[in-house]
Design a binder for this molecule. Structure first.
Ligand code: 1JT
Length: 255
């Protein structure tokens, strides 16, 4: 029970295959109380069903990160229900499907700004609010992808947004470190989720990665959840500003 009695906020659950779902589930099994969020009323019913998989005291609150008052409202509500916040999991991203193919050079201003706002700025905004509730320190994690460090065909605007997310995490680690709050990055290999299904040719990416990485396998949501729980727990109290690749070693390959 590495997360016994920790209070952890998890953003980014769409369905049972979401990375955020696996993280929340494993953290819950490790003793954490969980707060889940849903983006809008259309998704409330879906979120209510998913929340049933978690313990009695699970919180379920609305939060669209593009609406400042909703983010403020989320933390105000958590402040009423929990005496403190210990962990925050950022597992949200968005880009237009047409921007995840073809040439990056053709990305529109609106598409670029939207990817940045939802996928990267939201971490800074959430961290600012979380800081006030993380009274005994805390741990913040976000999800990235190799395409934020290197050029990966078709990842395009998301790669630029992930670079922004990763650098935000490092600046946040410096700002929040004196408050005992750690900020780390988890960078999974490709996983078959709802978001990833927006990618043309995902199957061949998964096959290629599996054939070439050191462990000769793809990674699962559970692989990511275990490393995430470690970063959220007191097993990693001196780790901050770090990136952990949960990719079966794929990032080490030169060619
Ligand atoms: C988004 C999507 C963020 C898919 C994502 C993502 N981060 C990783 N993936 C999976 C992926 C995507 C591409 C890829 C490899 C993995 C979908 C829209 C919302 C944001 O290309 C090699 C494009």
């Amino acid at each position: 029970m590495i997360l016994k009695d920790k209070n952890i906020l998890v953003l980014g659950i769409a369905n049972h295959r979401s990375i955020a779902y696996a993280i929340a589930k494993f953290c819950n099994e490790q003793g954490a109380n969980i707060c889940l969020t849903f983006q809008n009323e259309r998704l409330r019913r879906n979120a209510e069903k998913l929340a049933k998989d978690f313990g009695e005291g699970t919180l379920l609150l609305p939060c669209d990160v593009t609406v400042e008052e909703e983010v403020a409202g989320l933390f105000a509500e958590i402040g009423k229900r929990w005496e403190r916040l210990d962990g925050l999991v950022h597992s949200i991203a968005f880009a237009n499907q047409e921007d995840l193919k073809g040439d990056y050079v053709d990305t529109s201003r609106d598409g670029w700004l939207m990817a940045q706002e939802i996928s990267a700025f939201s971490l800074t905004q959430l961290a600012r609010h979380a800081k006030d509730l993380m009274k005994d320190g805390g741990s913040i994690i976000c999800m990235s992808y190799l395409g934020g460090e290197r050029v990966v065909q078709n990842y395009n605007v998301m790669g630029v947004a992930k670079a922004s997310l990763e650098m935000s995490a490092r600046y946040l680690a410096h700002n929040l470190g004196p408050h005992g709050i750690r900020v780390n990055i988890v960078s999974p290999g490709p996983i078959k989720t709802l978001a990833a299904s927006a990618v043309a040719g995902l199957k061949s990416i998964l096959d290629d990665v599996r054939e070439r990485n050191p462990l000769r396998r793809n990674v699962s949501q559970e692989d990511v959840a275990k490393v995430s729980a470690f970063l959220l727990s007191d097993l990693s109290t001196a780790v901050t500003g770090e990136t952990i690749h949960v990719d079966a070693g794929y990032h080490t390959i030169g060619m």
